[in-house]
Design a protein around this ligand. Structure first.
Ligand code: MLT
Length: 326
């Protein structure tokens, strides 16, 4: 009996040693970063910008995998169920890890319990944008048009619970309008239709729409932040444009599945923090109007706290707006 116990202990010891070594040598192969929306949208763009520099630090390629659907919850559900070995991470955000519980009664994950938070990647102010030839030239005119033409106006979004969806229904509840909602696999494709004049407007993250506003391909009525963005100095804030009660900025953050070891989370967080300190990476995010997290905002603990406060913040707002995923 004693021999079996010794053999088992030895085996266990070897397993623990092997696991410790694997973590110590992590990463040994490419890492998949799940982006829960179509390529080309804000979540994808932020993932690729920070992922590129993280790859240098980690010495292994971070490979983005776009898994769209259900406002981002399809991709996040899949990534949350991956092996917690550090080889699958994900780019979540204010929708997938803030709004989703209020909108998906049968959500297959708890944003505050089912992840190992890695760190905040970028803040993304929200803009109210419309197709170039929309028959309104300022926010006041747009709101009046929305109030009188309601369901004839089409609002694009990236699925129930996405940032574009939640900030859109928040906007509609503030101005008391009910546009027709048009769902996309991401606001990358939605922006194409906005530029093609086949959808009317959306509320979207600055990193997606800033280049097209600067290029005059879509119009921006306002930015939903207290102050203007340095990359869009001519776009008024919602307050300046005469709309009170609509200020909102989104955020995008890296998560790993629950159970990922603290050693691996630390390596991932170190790589993310180094990316945000890298001048070129910072410039790419800032040039798109992104907001670089402060030092205090960059830790896994800070992200955990953010998720908890955001779920608590958005649940009553979205329930009051009365929207539920099918
Ligand atoms: C959203 O929540 O609207 C997404 O960020 C859109 C996207 O990334 O495509």
């Amino acid at each position: 009996m004693k021999k079996i116990a010794i053999a088992l202990a030895a085996g266990l010891g070897l397993a623990v040693a092997a696991d410790a070594q694997a973590q110590g040598n992590y990463p040994q192969r490419p890492i998949t970063m799940v982006v829960p929306f179509a390529a080309g949208g804000p979540t994808d763009v932020i993932a690729r910008i920070v992922g590129e520099h993280m790859s240098h630090t980690l010495g292994q390629q971070i490979v983005v995998e776009n898994v769209a659907g259900a406002g981002g919850t399809t991709g996040i559900t899949r990534a949350s169920q991956a092996q917690p070995d550090g080889y699958t991470i994900m780019m979540g955000h204010m929708g997938t890890h803030g709004a989703a519980p209020a909108l998906y009664p049968n959500l297959k994950y708890d944003p505050a319990k089912d992840f190992a938070p890695v760190g905040l990647a970028a803040g993304t102010p929200i803009l109210i944008v419309a197709r170039k030839d929309f028959p309104a030239n300022d926010l006041k005119g747009f709101v009046e048009y929305m109030k009188t033409n309601g369901d004839k106006v089409n609002m694009a979004h990236a699925g129930v619970g996405s940032v574009s969806h939640m900030t859109g229904i928040f906007f509609n509840s503030v101005i008391k309008a009910k546009p027709t909602m048009v769902s996309y696999s991401g606001t990358g494709p939605a922006l194409n239709d906005l530029m093609g004049n086949t959808v009317d407007f959306m509320t979207d993250q600055i990193v997606n729409v800033a280049p097209q506003i600067q290029g005059g391909n879509i119009k921006a009525f306002a930015i939903a932040t207290p102050v203007r963005s340095p990359v869009l100095p001519n776009v008024p804030t919602t307050k300046e444009a005469g709309l009170d009660g609509y200020e909102v900025s989104a955020w995008n953050a890296v998560f790993a599945p629950k159970g990922t070891s603290p050693e691996i989370v630390k390596k991932l967080n170190d790589a993310l923090v180094k990316a945000l300190a890298d001048e070129n990476t910072k410039k790419r995010l800032l040039d798109l109007g992104g907001v670089i997290p402060s030092d205090a905002e960059r830790s896994p603990e800070a992200l955990q706290k953010l998720v908890e406060t955001e779920v608590a913040r958005w649940t009553p707002v979205l329930k009051a707006a009365g929207t539920k995923a099918q």
